[in-house]
Design a protein around this ligand. Structure first.
Ligand code: AMP
Ligand code: ZN
Length: 459
């Protein structure tokens, strides 16, 4: 099976054919570092971590370059530093470090390259100069603006026409713009703001030009995949396309545009502005990072994912079961060179993580029932392969049960397994009922059935 990805640019699922299979490039828009990341911000990080694992397994670790930037100059940063009475450098280094720690706790590896916007100001000035020379940008009152009317294809990525854009609240109307849809490439800084000397006076870049320049510096004019959350399609990615294609040449830039759907709370997008967010940091106090990661993968990445504490609890219970299955295979050596094909096929089909998880649970059930030594060796290898593909089961069962809860399984998990066993018995599914009793026993929890129902104690 070949990798297929949904491409926002063509609005269809397409076979992924890299420009050069020896040098596959992916650029994902990274965080604006002014505060702790919320769990919605972590969705693209986990999704693109799964994608990069898959790309590396197809093309080889050394043939894939994953770039994720840090936006360390932006107005939200200036405002937050002033609010916190903190220098901009202190704020951006503190929040960048927190971001790294939080994403590592979710099992997401660092990208191969992590350019910071402030390291690429010269490149931004160069690209803006090129855009002015080519007649795509103009200077007005210390600002430089992109002239959207100079690009007939403007709006193609997001499928918006000019009226939609202007009606959209995200287009800022200003007297110095020729057209309300024109967007800022460079803006003036007052003395108390970060700023760099430029042909247009001391100032700072707009957000969109940052990603056009950092992706070019790291991956060249044309590369394979550009990703981010779907809120970035317009205006951020539309504007990146405009800048890059007008500066570097038509038909350059990203070939496949991959966008994740929103993580929601009771149907609303999780966001700082709505105040309905939970930081990754807070959630890590309540559940292991791996449970948060598994919960993130329960929905297909293009669908909304409603975040609930019940969902997280269920994901933790599911991980307890997966690690229990692995624990039973502790004394088995995994068979060599075996891949969990069902998991891989699901991921090759536009990263179908819910289907991949179903395949993973099926492997765990088979492993629980297996008695034959060679079958167990194959199943252990498949479970570990499935885990590697999804970034799960990266601990030893012993470490999971030590860290997952201080004293073995927590009470809520035990109670929910007892309820599930009761239901299995009511359905005369005695195999499942026995499996639950045995799993619990393996984790030091003994069940006792009596006239008043089932009680439990730790062994
Ligand atoms: P920001 O720092 O707001 O630019 O967001 C960083 C990344 O998180 C971008 O790729 C956003 O699209 C993404 N993002 C922000 N909020 C959510 C959300 N609620 N669900 C999914 N992705 C989100
Ligand atoms: Zn970007």
């Amino acid at each position: 099976m070949k990798l297929h990805l949904y491409n926002t640019a063509t609005r269809q699922k397409e076979e992924f054919v890299p420009i050069d299979p020896k040098n596959v490039g992916m650029y994902v828009c990274g965080p604006t570092v002014y505060d702790f990341a919320h769990i919605g911000n972590a969705r693209p990080v986990v999704i693109f971590d799964v994608l990069v694992r898959l790309l590396r397994s197809i093309y080889g670790t050394d043939h894939v370059t994953y770039v994720r930037n840090i936006t360390d100059v932006e107005d939200k940063i200036i405002e937050a530093a002033a609010r916190n009475c903190e220098t901009i450098d202190d704020l951006t280094s503190r929040t960048t470090k927190a971001y790294h720690d939080d994403m590592a706790a979710l099992g997401a590896a660092m990208p191969d390259r992590e350019p910071h916007a402030t390291q690429h100001i010269d490149g931004m000035i160069d690209m803006i100069n090129t855009l002015i020379e080519k007649g795509h940008a103009y200077e007005a009152e210390g600002h430089v603006l992109f002239d959207v009317q100079s690009m007939p294809d403007y709006g193609k990525l997001s499928g918006r026409n000019r009226d939609d854009m202007i009606a959209g609240a995200r287009v800022e109307v200003a007297p110095y713009k020729k057209d309300p849809a024109d967007f800022v490439l460079w803006k003036p800084s007052t003395d108390d703001m970060p700023g760099w000397d430029s042909p247009w006076g001391r100032g700072r870049p707009g957000w969109h030009i940052e990603c056009s320049v950092m992706s070019k510096a790291e991956l060249g004019d044309t590369f394979d995949i550009h990703g981010g959350g779907r809120d970035l399609i317009f205006p951020h990615h539309e504007n990146e396309v405009a800048q890059s294609c007008c500066a570097n040449g038509p038909d350059t830039f990203a070939k496949y545009w991959v966008h994740n759907g929103f993580l929601t709370v009771e149907g609303d997008k999780m966001s700082k502005s709505l105040g309905n967010f939970r930081t990754v940091r807070e959630l890590l106090e309540e559940a292991p990072g791996e449970a948060l990661r598994l919960n993130m993968l329960t929905a297909h990445y293009r669908q909304p994912l409603d975040w609930t504490s019940d969902g997280v609890k269920q994901s933790k219970t599911n991980l307890d079961r997966l690690y229990t299955a692995l624990q039973k295979l502790d004394d088995v050596d995994p068979a060599a060179d075996i891949v969990a094909e069902d998991v891989r096929d699901a991921l090759m089909d536009d990263l179908n993580t819910p289907k991949a998880l179903t395949a993973l649970y099926a492997l765990a059930s088979q492993a629980n029932k297996a008695t034959d030594a060679s079958e167990k060796a194959v199943l252990k290898a498949k479970l570990l392969s499935a885990g590697d593909q999804l970034g799960l089961l990266q601990l030893s069962p012993e470490d999971w049960f030590k860290g997952g809860s201080s004293d073995g399984l927590d009470e809520a998990t035990i109670e929910s397994l007892i309820a599930e066993r009761l239901e299995a018995r009511a359905n005369k599914d005695f195999a499942r009922s026995d499996e639950i009793r045995d799993d619990l026993k393996a984790q030091g929890v003994i069940l006792e059935d009596g006239p008043g129902g089932t009680t439990w104690k730790r062994a």
